[in-house]
Design a protein around this ligand. Sequence first.
Ligand SMILES: Nc1ncnc2c1ncn2[C@@H]1O[C@H](COP(=O)(O)OP(=O)(O)OP(=O)(O)O)[C@@H](O)[C@H]1O
Ligand SMILES: [Mg+2]
Length: 239
Amino acid sequence: MAILEAAHLAKRFGPVTAVHDLSLTVGEGEVAGLLGPNGAGKSTTLHMLLGLITPDAGTITMFGMELARHRIEVLSRVNFAASYVDLPGPLLVQEVLDAFARLYAVRRPAARVAEMIELLELGPLRRRRVMDLSSGQRTRVQLAKALVNAPQLLVLDEPTANLDPDAGDRIRGLLSRVARESGSAMLITSHNMREVERMCDRIHFMAEGRVVAAGSAEELAGRYGAEDLEEVFLKVARG
Ligand SMILES: Nc1ncnc2c1ncn2[C@@H]1O[C@H](COP(=O)(O)OP(=O)(O)OP(=O)(O)O)[C@@H](O)[C@H]1O
Ligand SMILES: [Mg+2]
């Protein structure tokens, strides 16, 4: 069964058509990638899927329910992380996670938060204010928040953009493990082609608001006569 089905989405901002007739499907347990050049419409697409902005056209169905009609029920089973979303700065890491666990009405919130602190190696940062953290540390708090409700669909907008190579590698491993063990579906944007090759079962390439190619990294490389995803990206982006 498809966890997410977006059909014919469109979004304009004044004269800018950010997304144009975009359709994509994410299956149960699938890690899907959304790639494309700066300004292609990736974040806009994610924001529509998260109900943060309303599409001008098209439908979004998750878990067999239409987002527009079952917003609260659908969104309680989804979560999101992005480096540009600010967590409440004056709160302690522990307080932020407690607050989100309560917001999502997580069962046994204290135990779940403790689990997330362990998983993201946040123990030493528990009593630190979010605003005092480095951007890489904040990313780990964002991911702990994003996993706290054990989402069936996890949406990640450039999850490793601020991380050093070691931290990035560990987070990629962790997310792949979570996907495998919990069966959570994920939809990830990234400009790191090796990350996408390693993590994503299926990749949707966007250009100018549309999905122009989709498939596994190997399928796409084959189709475009490319060595790897980096070369596919350059070929697609340069038309
Ligand atoms: N709130 C907004 N108001 C006006 N234009 C917007 C708004 N949000 C996005 N856009 C425009 O829509 C287009 C798509 O932007 P979007 O952020 O979705 O791209 P992206 O694929 O996520 O790019 P990047 O890789 O740089 O993150 C861009 O031209 C952008 O300027
Ligand atoms: Mg973006």
